[in-house]
Design a protein. Structure first.
Length: 313
């Protein structure tokens, strides 16, 4: 068995197309990224509803007197949230509701941002002594909440609004705009992830370093959204008869956030392995490849040496 494992190890090390994804998956497991994704999902499920309150209240101001437009924009945003239904506010907007929603969104969103920062610093092998403390960690989290939360809502609304257009000047456009909406969503989310991937860790991450993970995240999340929509439409029609629609909604929504968090962290692992040249990795113990030793050097060395080893890879 050991001889077979050594042969398999040598085989995968000599093939980059296999060694690279294996190194990504191995590092994902070593970092406990699945548990980090669960923590992000836990905070996300509490933050999404205050954000939706802010969205519907802002629509009450901006689209006052146009209830049909409010419905279209709200439904476009909710299209990315499985089994979530929310009635649009057909009013001129409420200042109190807006202020309350902003405060709650900021407070709950900070939990998501701080959990995401911890996850990314773990993925990027940042020692605790290098991670920002109070108040810098809070300020970084506030920036992420504002840009990430509002940016995600904006990209969803824009792409969804395009996809929901049925005709222009009486010309039926068919499913073409649906495809355009999907492409636009991927492009906008790629830009958003580019910014967030650079902000979520204290490691120096250039635009080109962040690009592969940003593209993977945007494409994978769009595929997840389409897949979950198909699954719900075909498999969960009887959920209210079995467990109740509300229970099914909570389970599906939590699973949805968890899958998204895993995808994003896996994409971050791709960036780290690529940027720091952390492949090929050994199948066997003890680790004996240069990449294995580089991981130990970055993770366990003094902060300055770890930073230098990461940036000079």
């Amino acid at each position: 068995m050991n001889a077979l494992l050594r042969r398999l190890d040598a085989w995968q090390r000599s093939r980059g197309w296999l060694a690279f994804p294996f190194a990504v998956v191995k590092k994902f497991g070593d970092d406990g990224a699945g548990n980090l994704a669960a923590l992000i999902a836990y905070y996300a499920i509490f933050s999404i509803f205050p954000l939706l309150l802010v969205l519907t209240t802002v629509l009450g101001f901006v689209l006052s007197g146009h209830p049909k437009w409010q419905d279209d924009v709200t439904n476009s945003a909710l299209h990315n949230l499985p089994l979530v239904k929310l009635q649009a506010r057909h009013t001129s907007g409420s200042v109190i509701a807006l202020l309350v929603g902003l405060v709650i969104s900021l407070w709950s969103g900070l939990g998501v941002a701080k959990a995401a920062q911890t996850a990314f610093d773990t993925v990027y092998l940042v020692p605790h002594s290098e991670r920002p403390g109070f108040p810098w960690a809070i300020l970084r989290a506030v920036r992420i909440v504002i840009v990430g939360g509002l940016g995600l809502i904006a990209t969803t609304v824009v792409s969804g609004a395009v996809a929901n257009v049925k005709s222009i000047d009486g010309l039926d456009l068919g499913p073409g705009l649906r495809v355009i909406g999907i492409v636009l969503a991927v492009a906008l989310n790629t830009g958003l992830f580019l910014v967030l991937f650079r902000w979520l860790t204290v490691r120096p991450v250039g635009w080109m370093d962040a690009l592969p993970g940003a593209v993977i995240s945007a494409v994978a999340l769009q595929v997840l959204q389409i897949s979950v929509s198909l699954f719900i439409n075909h498999q969960l029609k009887g959920a209210s008869k079995t467990y109740g629609k509300d229970v099914a909604g909570v389970i599906v929504l939590m699973s949805w956030f968890y899958l998204q968090a895993r995808v994003v962290l896996l994409a971050a692992e791709v960036n780290v392995v690529r940027q720091a040249k952390l492949w090929p990795r050994a199948l066997t113990d003890p680790p004996d490849t240069p990449a294995d030793h580089r991981v130990e050097e970055i993770d366990e060395g003094p902060p300055s040496e770890g930073q230098r080893a990461f940036t000079q890879a």
